[in-house]
Design a protein around this ligand. Sequence first.
Ligand SMILES: O=C(O)[C@H](O)[C@@H](O)[C@H](O)[C@H](O)COP(=O)(O)O
Length: 223
Amino acid sequence: MELITYADSELMMIEVASRLAGELRQALQSSETASLAVPGGTTPGPIFDSLCGADLDWDRVAVLLTDERWVPEDSPRSNTRLLRQRLLTGKAAVARYLPLYAPADTPEEGIPQLAEAISGVLPLTACLLGMGADMHTASIFPGADRLSEALAGDAILVPMRAPGAPEPRVTLSAPVLAGAISRHIVITGPEKREALERARTLPPEEAPVAAVLKGATIHWAES
Ligand SMILES: O=C(O)[C@H](O)[C@@H](O)[C@H](O)[C@H](O)COP(=O)(O)O
């Protein structure tokens, strides 16, 4: 992995957006389509604000989440809601959005159909990830009920229930995330930096982010 540190997070967000746009643009030179997976949570909003204005053929880009909370789109907990407000707007409004949520009571009911659509855009051209201080990434949480299924195997999407997550989640599996042609992890603050250093010494069962670190670029700003 490569670690890039930034003087401030505003600069970092602009730089990450510009790298993602460059990678998509480059992929679209040799392929008809490209795919971009992005996280929800509180960190990536400013990246989306910048990326949605990038000059590229967004109508040839499939956009999806790395993970979603199993809630309808109008819930404040919905990552799709964040994406619609801040990424799938401006120039990026014409991108093809592949949801990770369907209106079913449980993720188990919705996943087969959702995963089929996603299988058509793999491997991911670019993948942006966040990380929690507990070393989870996407919705692959330490202590989650289906952790081993999410860390290894053929599953594209895995339903997840974890002590730290208030509602059921659905997540791209670690092999799908690790299979992305480019991978960026964005973190801020000293707590997450320490967690990252710890994750480098631990197995993915204890520190799920460890499963996607190889070959990734980590972007870190102190504040
Ligand atoms: O839906 C989510 O919550 C995310 O996709 C998740 O994996 C997130 O990236 C981390 O939890 C970091 O979250 P913050 O950026 O809010 O710290």
